[in-house]
Design a protein around this ligand. Structure first.
Ligand SMILES: [Zn+2]
Length: 224
Protein backbone atom coordinates (compact mmCIF):
# COMPACT_ATOMS: atom_id res chain seq x y z
CA UNK A 1 0.00 0.00 0.00
CA UNK A 2 1.13 3.53 -0.71
CA UNK A 3 2.35 5.60 2.24
CA UNK A 4 2.00 8.82 0.31
CA UNK A 5 -0.56 11.34 1.51
CA UNK A 6 -1.80 11.69 -2.05
CA UNK A 7 -2.71 8.91 -4.39
CA UNK A 8 -0.66 7.76 -7.32
CA UNK A 9 -2.87 9.32 -9.97
CA UNK A 10 -2.61 12.74 -8.34
CA UNK A 11 1.16 12.42 -8.03
CA UNK A 12 1.53 11.46 -11.66
CA UNK A 13 -0.56 14.40 -12.66
CA UNK A 14 1.63 16.78 -10.67
CA UNK A 15 4.83 15.30 -12.11
CA UNK A 16 3.45 15.53 -15.62
CA UNK A 17 2.51 19.17 -15.09
CA UNK A 18 5.96 20.08 -13.76
CA UNK A 19 7.71 18.30 -16.64
CA UNK A 20 5.40 19.92 -19.15
CA UNK A 21 6.08 23.39 -17.77
CA UNK A 22 9.84 22.81 -17.88
CA UNK A 23 9.65 21.63 -21.47
CA UNK A 24 7.60 24.69 -22.38
CA UNK A 25 10.10 27.13 -20.90
CA UNK A 26 12.98 25.40 -22.70
CA UNK A 27 11.25 25.33 -26.06
CA UNK A 28 12.85 27.62 -28.65
CA UNK A 29 10.17 27.22 -31.25
CA UNK A 30 10.94 26.31 -34.84
CA UNK A 31 14.27 27.59 -36.15
CA UNK A 32 13.86 30.65 -38.35
CA UNK A 33 14.98 30.20 -41.94
CA UNK A 34 18.61 31.22 -42.27
CA UNK A 35 19.50 32.88 -45.56
CA UNK A 36 23.12 33.78 -46.31
CA UNK A 37 23.96 36.20 -49.09
CA UNK A 38 27.24 37.37 -50.58
CA UNK A 39 27.19 41.10 -51.27
CA UNK A 40 29.22 42.10 -54.29
CA UNK A 41 30.95 45.50 -54.15
CA UNK A 42 28.48 48.35 -54.25
CA UNK A 43 27.83 51.98 -53.32
CA UNK A 44 25.21 53.68 -51.16
CA UNK A 45 24.78 57.34 -52.09
CA UNK A 46 23.59 60.49 -50.38
CA UNK A 47 21.17 62.86 -52.11
CA UNK A 48 24.00 65.36 -52.55
CA UNK A 49 26.24 62.86 -54.32
CA UNK A 50 23.44 61.43 -56.46
CA UNK A 51 22.69 64.97 -57.65
CA UNK A 52 26.34 65.54 -58.53
CA UNK A 53 26.62 62.24 -60.40
CA UNK A 54 23.25 62.03 -62.17
CA UNK A 55 21.88 65.57 -62.08
CA UNK A 56 19.77 67.54 -59.58
CA UNK A 57 16.69 65.73 -58.26
CA UNK A 58 17.57 62.45 -59.97
CA UNK A 59 15.71 59.35 -58.73
CA UNK A 60 17.20 55.84 -58.77
CA UNK A 61 15.47 53.16 -60.82
CA UNK A 62 14.74 49.85 -59.10
CA UNK A 63 16.40 47.00 -60.96
CA UNK A 64 15.82 44.28 -58.37
CA UNK A 65 14.28 44.20 -54.90
CA UNK A 66 16.67 42.82 -52.29
CA UNK A 67 15.84 40.28 -49.60
CA UNK A 68 15.52 42.97 -46.94
CA UNK A 69 12.26 44.89 -47.36
CA UNK A 70 12.68 48.35 -48.89
CA UNK A 71 16.22 47.76 -50.17
CA UNK A 72 16.94 47.46 -53.87
CA UNK A 73 19.70 47.21 -56.44
CA UNK A 74 19.39 50.19 -58.76
CA UNK A 75 19.78 50.05 -62.53
CA UNK A 76 22.30 52.88 -62.18
CA UNK A 77 26.01 52.20 -61.82
CA UNK A 78 29.01 54.47 -61.34
CA UNK A 79 32.75 54.30 -61.86
CA UNK A 80 34.89 54.22 -58.75
CA UNK A 81 38.29 55.86 -58.97
CA UNK A 82 40.78 54.71 -56.39
CA UNK A 83 44.23 55.84 -55.43
CA UNK A 84 46.72 56.14 -58.30
CA UNK A 85 43.81 56.47 -60.73
CA UNK A 86 42.94 52.81 -60.84
CA UNK A 87 39.24 52.29 -61.34
CA UNK A 88 36.33 49.89 -61.21
CA UNK A 89 33.47 50.55 -63.61
CA UNK A 90 29.87 49.35 -63.28
CA UNK A 91 29.83 49.71 -59.52
CA UNK A 92 26.23 49.00 -58.56
CA UNK A 93 24.26 51.53 -56.52
CA UNK A 94 22.01 50.12 -53.80
CA UNK A 95 18.95 52.07 -52.71
CA UNK A 96 17.38 53.78 -50.96
CA UNK A 97 19.54 56.88 -50.50
CA UNK A 98 21.44 57.28 -47.24
CA UNK A 99 22.53 60.24 -45.15
CA UNK A 100 26.18 59.53 -45.99
CA UNK A 101 27.65 57.88 -49.06
CA UNK A 102 29.53 54.65 -48.57
CA UNK A 103 31.39 52.22 -50.81
CA UNK A 104 31.63 48.57 -49.76
CA UNK A 105 34.47 46.57 -51.28
CA UNK A 106 35.84 43.09 -50.80
CA UNK A 107 39.52 42.89 -49.89
CA UNK A 108 40.39 41.81 -53.45
CA UNK A 109 38.60 44.87 -54.86
CA UNK A 110 40.47 47.16 -52.47
CA UNK A 111 43.81 45.65 -53.48
CA UNK A 112 43.10 45.90 -57.21
CA UNK A 113 42.07 49.55 -56.77
CA UNK A 114 45.32 50.32 -54.98
CA UNK A 115 43.88 51.04 -51.53
CA UNK A 116 46.52 50.36 -48.91
CA UNK A 117 44.27 49.92 -45.95
CA UNK A 118 40.51 49.65 -46.13
CA UNK A 119 39.17 48.97 -42.65
CA UNK A 120 36.57 46.35 -41.79
CA UNK A 121 33.56 48.30 -40.53
CA UNK A 122 29.87 47.93 -39.96
CA UNK A 123 27.71 49.79 -42.44
CA UNK A 124 27.38 53.47 -41.49
CA UNK A 125 30.48 53.46 -39.29
CA UNK A 126 32.72 55.33 -41.70
CA UNK A 127 34.53 58.01 -39.69
CA UNK A 128 38.22 58.05 -40.58
CA UNK A 129 37.91 55.62 -43.50
CA UNK A 130 39.53 56.28 -46.91
CA UNK A 131 37.79 58.38 -49.50
CA UNK A 132 37.53 58.06 -53.27
CA UNK A 133 36.20 59.73 -56.37
CA UNK A 134 33.08 58.48 -58.13
CA UNK A 135 32.20 59.28 -61.72
CA UNK A 136 28.64 59.31 -63.01
CA UNK A 137 27.05 60.27 -66.33
CA UNK A 138 26.58 63.90 -65.29
CA UNK A 139 29.59 64.57 -63.10
CA UNK A 140 32.02 63.58 -60.40
CA UNK A 141 31.63 63.30 -56.65
CA UNK A 142 34.35 63.22 -54.06
CA UNK A 143 33.76 61.06 -51.01
CA UNK A 144 36.03 62.40 -48.27
CA UNK A 145 35.58 59.08 -46.49
CA UNK A 146 33.31 56.05 -46.76
CA UNK A 147 35.31 53.24 -48.37
CA UNK A 148 35.02 50.13 -46.19
CA UNK A 149 35.15 46.37 -46.19
CA UNK A 150 31.79 45.50 -44.66
CA UNK A 151 32.12 43.38 -41.54
CA UNK A 152 30.25 40.08 -41.84
CA UNK A 153 26.93 40.55 -40.07
CA UNK A 154 23.53 39.01 -39.50
CA UNK A 155 20.29 40.97 -39.73
CA UNK A 156 17.49 39.73 -37.50
CA UNK A 157 14.27 40.97 -35.97
CA UNK A 158 13.64 40.91 -32.20
CA UNK A 159 11.86 37.52 -32.20
CA UNK A 160 14.72 35.94 -34.15
CA UNK A 161 17.17 37.53 -31.68
CA UNK A 162 15.15 36.01 -28.83
CA UNK A 163 15.30 32.59 -30.53
CA UNK A 164 19.11 32.75 -30.60
CA UNK A 165 19.37 34.47 -27.21
CA UNK A 166 21.36 37.41 -28.59
CA UNK A 167 20.97 41.17 -28.73
CA UNK A 168 21.97 44.04 -31.00
CA UNK A 169 25.77 44.37 -31.36
CA UNK A 170 26.49 40.86 -30.02
CA UNK A 171 28.83 38.60 -31.97
CA UNK A 172 27.81 35.16 -33.25
CA UNK A 173 29.52 32.36 -35.14
CA UNK A 174 28.59 31.08 -38.57
CA UNK A 175 29.74 27.59 -39.46
CA UNK A 176 29.73 26.76 -43.16
CA UNK A 177 30.14 23.09 -44.01
CA UNK A 178 31.58 21.53 -47.15
CA UNK A 179 35.00 20.92 -48.69
CA UNK A 180 36.13 24.51 -48.11
CA UNK A 181 34.06 24.83 -44.96
CA UNK A 182 35.06 27.27 -42.28
CA UNK A 183 33.66 29.08 -39.27
CA UNK A 184 33.34 32.84 -39.09
CA UNK A 185 33.92 33.85 -35.48
CA UNK A 186 32.90 37.48 -35.57
CA UNK A 187 29.46 37.79 -37.13
CA UNK A 188 27.93 41.06 -35.92
CA UNK A 189 24.29 40.96 -34.83
CA UNK A 190 22.11 43.78 -36.19
CA UNK A 191 18.62 43.73 -34.66
CA UNK A 192 15.88 45.69 -36.38
CA UNK A 193 12.12 45.03 -36.35
CA UNK A 194 11.83 45.64 -40.11
CA UNK A 195 14.29 42.94 -41.24
CA UNK A 196 14.34 39.18 -41.65
CA UNK A 197 17.07 36.74 -40.72
CA UNK A 198 19.89 37.17 -43.20
CA UNK A 199 23.68 36.93 -43.07
CA UNK A 200 25.67 39.28 -45.29
CA UNK A 201 29.24 38.46 -46.20
CA UNK A 202 31.40 39.87 -49.00
CA UNK A 203 32.48 38.02 -52.13
CA UNK A 204 35.94 37.17 -50.78
CA UNK A 205 34.40 35.56 -47.71
CA UNK A 206 31.86 33.71 -49.85
CA UNK A 207 34.56 32.38 -52.16
CA UNK A 208 36.76 31.35 -49.24
CA UNK A 209 34.05 29.17 -47.69
CA UNK A 210 32.55 27.93 -50.97
CA UNK A 211 29.21 29.48 -50.06
CA UNK A 212 27.60 28.66 -53.42
CA UNK A 213 28.08 24.93 -52.76
CA UNK A 214 27.60 24.92 -49.00
CA UNK A 215 24.73 22.76 -47.79
CA UNK A 216 25.10 22.89 -44.04
CA UNK A 217 25.19 26.38 -42.59
CA UNK A 218 24.72 26.97 -38.90
CA UNK A 219 24.47 30.20 -36.93
CA UNK A 220 25.14 29.97 -33.23
CA UNK A 221 25.90 32.01 -30.19
CA UNK A 222 29.50 32.48 -29.12
CA UNK A 223 30.19 29.97 -26.36
CA UNK A 224 27.85 27.29 -27.72
ZN1 LIG B 1 23.59 43.77 -44.42
Amino acid sequence: MSALPINRAELEQIVRKVVYERVLTNVRGPAPTLVVHASARHAHLSREHLDQLFGPGYELTVDRELYQPGNFAAKETVTLIGPRSRLISNLRILGPLRNRSQVELAFTDAVSLGFENVPVRLSGDIDGTPGCFIMGPRGMAELKEGVIRAAIHVHMNPSEAAYYGVKHRDLMKLRVGGDAGLTFNRVHVRVDPTVRLNVHMDTDEANACGLHLAKEIELFRVGE
